[in-house]
Write a protein that binds this ligand. Structure first.
Ligand code: SAH
Length: 374
């Protein structure tokens, strides 16, 4: 007789505290076992159930039979001359997603992905070129932080304020709010005292502006919000960030201020990629200032990072500085993002899931007319 096909074990990495409590109850254990498990997995980074020594032996045996801690598989790891590290992780055969670690004197930031590819088709972003492949699972989202911490500890990267990864930003591949269902539980695990225990100001979700999901997020979980604005008017923004046709700037900003009110947040960060001759004039800086004046906003100017096939060019540094100064003169808070990891294609907008070669993957994975799923 044929033996039954092997059943995939449940991945504990994808479960929130509530989910784990329900799961251990199913196995006939008390809720505190869930907190113990969380501490082992996230505080100590343990993935071997048999090593979780304060769990009863029978419980460990029972658990190991049905469940495991299964982080994503690393395909490649690269390190930049500036210390930035990038890992390519396996999604499915031929498909990958990426995460990037950016060390700075006062913090260590991990930039994680939420989807393989993206449906949004922003004209200046490398990820858009590959089309959309699929949503990452909660385990894959949480697994990036888990794995980075393990890899960085093994590489003896020094901790800052007790942590190697002190900040997590959802600014990698994909639109996090288009994968709402899997992203929200991941955020809960990042914030949970028994999980990664990150403060809400150190977890940032960046969105291109899915307005209904911003309202939903305000109800669900308390993290810092960043919004990819990139243009001061609807005509240009619709060209750069096509989702703007559905949710124009006024509607988007209203959702942002609502988000802050609901959450007692301090400010929203607006990302603005500087494209030579497209959105970098002083008149556009003035329009941008007018849009945000008097609101709790910070503007982060991002030097454009090129990739093969793009029609855009980076604004010269002097233009970026004048643009920033124009904003500062008008009382806004504006900073210029330092570009990191360019030599390993790890900078903003350069992440792409190519494993074979770009053309094959791009053509092979392009999905046309896929609606944004939430
Ligand atoms: N989908 C989300 C998160 C991913 S992008 C969002 O749109 O916010 C993270 C940031 O990098 C966004 O602000 C995005 O607009 C920006 N970005 C994309 N392509 C870029 C490029 N080529 N150069 C610089 N920044 C880029």
């Amino acid at each position: 007789m044929l033996s039954p096909p092997p059943v995939e074990r449940l991945n504990l990495l994808g479960l929130t505290r509530q989910g784990l409590e329900a799961y251990v109850a199913e196995l006939g254990s008390k809720p505190f076992r869930a907190r113990q498990l969380l501490s082992w997995i996230y505080k100590r980074g343990e993935d071997r159930i048999e090593q979780m020594t304060d769990l009863a032996k029978e419980f460990r045996t029972q658990l190991a039979e049905h469940a495991e801690v299964r982080p994503p598989q690393i395909i490649t790891a690269q390190q930049s001359v500036d210390g930035t590290r990038k890992w390519k992780l396996e999604a499915d055969a031929g498909q990958a997603f990426e995460m990037v670690f950016i060390p700075e004197p006062e913090r260590g930031t991990l930039c994680i992905s939420s989807q393989v590819g993206c449906v949004l088709d922003c004209s200046f972003c490398a990820t858009a070129q590959q089309g959309f492949n699929r949503n990452l699972t909660t385990a894959e989202i949480v697994g990036q932080v888990w794995l980075a911490r393990r890899e960085l500890a093994a590489a003896e990267v020094p901790a800052v304020g007790g942590r190697v990864v002190s900040n997590v930003v959802l600014m990698g591949m994909g639109e996090p709010l288009a994968n709402f269902r899997n992203v929200v539980p991941a955020l809960r695990i990042f914030l949970d005292d028994f999980g990664f225990d990150l403060s809400r100001r150190r977890v940032t979700l960046s969105t291109s502006g899915l307005v209904p999901q911003i309202y939903r997020l305000a109800e669900e979980v308390n993290v810092a919000l960043a919004v990819s604005l990139h243009a001061p008017d609807d005509a240009l923004r619709s060209e750069l960030v096509p989702i703007n046709r559905k949710h124009p700037i006024a509607e988007l900003l209203e959702a942002c201020w609502h988000y802050l009110d609901e959450q007692n947040g301090r400010s929203v960060t607006f990302e603005y990629v500087m494209l030579a001759g497209v959105n970098d004039s002083l008149a556009q800086a003035r329009d941008l200032a007018q849009l945000l004046q008097g609101h709790p906003a910070k503007i982060n100017l991002i030097p454009f990072n090129t990739f093969p096939g793009t029609r855009y060019r980076r604004s010269p540094p002097a233009v970026v500085r004048s643009f920033r100064d124009e904003l500062l003169h008008r009382g806004l808070i504006a900073t210029i993002r330092r570009t990191r990891g360019e030599d390993i294609d790890a900078a903003c907008g350069q992440l792409a899931g190519r494993v074979i070669d770009r053309t094959t993957v791009r053509l092979g994975s392009k999905v046309i007319g896929l609606s944004v799923q939430s």
